[in-house]
Design a protein around this ligand. Sequence first.
Ligand SMILES: [Cu+2]
Length: 485
Amino acid sequence: MPIRRNIYKILEDGGSEIAAYRKGVEVMKARSNANLNDPTGWIFQANIHGTSQSNPTFGQFWNQCQHRSFFFLSWHRMYIYFFERIVRSASGDSSFSLPYWNYSEPNQRVLPEPFRIPANSSNTLYVSQRSARSNRGEPLPESSVDNRPALRYTNFLSDIGSLAPSFGGGVVRQPIQFANPSVTGQLENLPHDVIHVNIGGAGWMSDPRLAARDPIFWLHHCNIDRLWEQWLSQGQGRSNPVDNSTWMDTKFIFFDENGQQQEMSGKDILDTGSQLNYVYDEQPRTRPLTESTVSFVQPPSNPPEFLGATPEGEVIRLSANTAEFSISPVAQRGFSTTERAVNQRVILVFEGIEYDTPPGVNYEVYLNLPDEDSASKQEYYVGTIGLFAMEADAHSHAGGHSGHDEHMTHEHGSHNTDETDSEHSSHDTNETHPKPTVVLEATPVVEALRQRGEWSGQFRISLLTTYQDQPLSEVRFQKISVYTF
Ligand SMILES: [Cu+2]
C-alpha cells in the first residue's frame, strides 16, 4: 500500500519522493506547454481548481474547487488523489506517493528547502510568486499552524442556516465553487486558508485561481487530508457525514493519468486505504487528543442566542494592519454578561467577508486585549481568520447566484427550522446569505477572562495582521456578531 510521508522525514532519509515529484512536475509542465488541453498537464490540473482563463471545450471541467462548505475536504481529497496518480505515472516512479508538509510541528514551519533553493527557474519546485518571507525560509507563526482549534470539534458539519462551528463546514444543497451560503469549516479556515495566504502573499497561493500552480499547494492539501484522518482517529463521536446523501452522492469529475474522465463522490473516498489505496505514515493511527485540546460537541439544535453586533447596515472596511470593534451585549436568557456561566459557549461571527482582489494577509483575532503592550497576548487570542477564496466577483462561477445585495439574517432565532423546512422548496437558487462566514470559538478566552476577574461584560474585538503586514486590498465585513449557546 503506498504511504504518504512527511516531507521533512523524506529530506532526512533521502527518500525518492522529491526526485520523483520534481520529474513529474517537469513532465506535466512540458505537457501543458505542448497542449494546454492535455488533462494530465500541469496547467490543466491547476485550472481544475481555479483559473480566469476560459476554454470552450475544457472550461466546463475548470473552476471546480469547493470552498466554504462541507464539500471542501471531500473534493480536495479526490483532487489530490488523481493528481498523485498523474505524478506517479509522469515521473515513471511507480512507488511515488505525494508527500505532506506538517507545518504544525515546531521544527517544520519553514517552507521545505527543495521548494526554495535554488531560487531560480532551474528549480521546477521554486515559485517566485510567493511571499518573500516564505521563500526566505522564515518559519510560519505559531498562530497560523495551530490545528488544535479545528480538531477539537466532534461534529463534521454545520446544518443549513446554523452558525455552529464544525470541523468540516456547512451543509449546502449543491456544489458551488466559492460563494457558499454556509459557515466555513474550522480546518478550512485554520490552518488551510491561513497557510495559503502566508505562503502566497501577493502571489499565487493566496489566489484560488492560481494556487494549484505552486508545487507546494499539493503538499499543503495532502497535509489537510491527513488532518482529516487524524480528526477521525480521535474518536469521541467524530465521523464522516455518511447520513447526508448530498455529501455522499454528489458527483465530481476529474481526469486520471491516462487523461480519462473519472467521476467520484463522497461515498467513494471514506476509507483511504481500501477505496483509494493510500495511507499516511503515522502509526498507530489513533493518537490521543493533544494536550490542552478540549472537545466541543455539536451544540443543541436550538439556534444560538444573539448577544450583539456591530451596527446594522454599516459595512466594515479594513485597509490597515489593526482594527478594533466594541460590542455591548444585550442580556439574554442563560448568559450573564458579568458572572461566570457554566458550559456557556461564546462564538464570534464574521459575516459577509469579501474583497475585490486577495489582500494577502490574515487577521489574528483577540478579545479584550489590554491596551499596553502585553507579554501575555496569547491569553486573549481567539483565533485567526484566513482570507482565502472570498473574492467578491467569484459569484460569476456560482451558477446564477447574485449574492451582492443579499444579507444574512441570523439574529432572528427561528430561521434554523425554517431553512430546513424549505429545503425541498424552490428556494434552491436563491440562497439568503451567500457571502463567506467565519465563526471563531471565543469560549476559552471568555472563561479565562472570567476566572482572572478581568471580565467586564463587554466584547472588544481586535484584529491584527500576521506574517504579512499591510493588506494589499480592502477587506469588507458585513457585520461582526457575538452569539452564545
Ligand atoms: Cu487549498
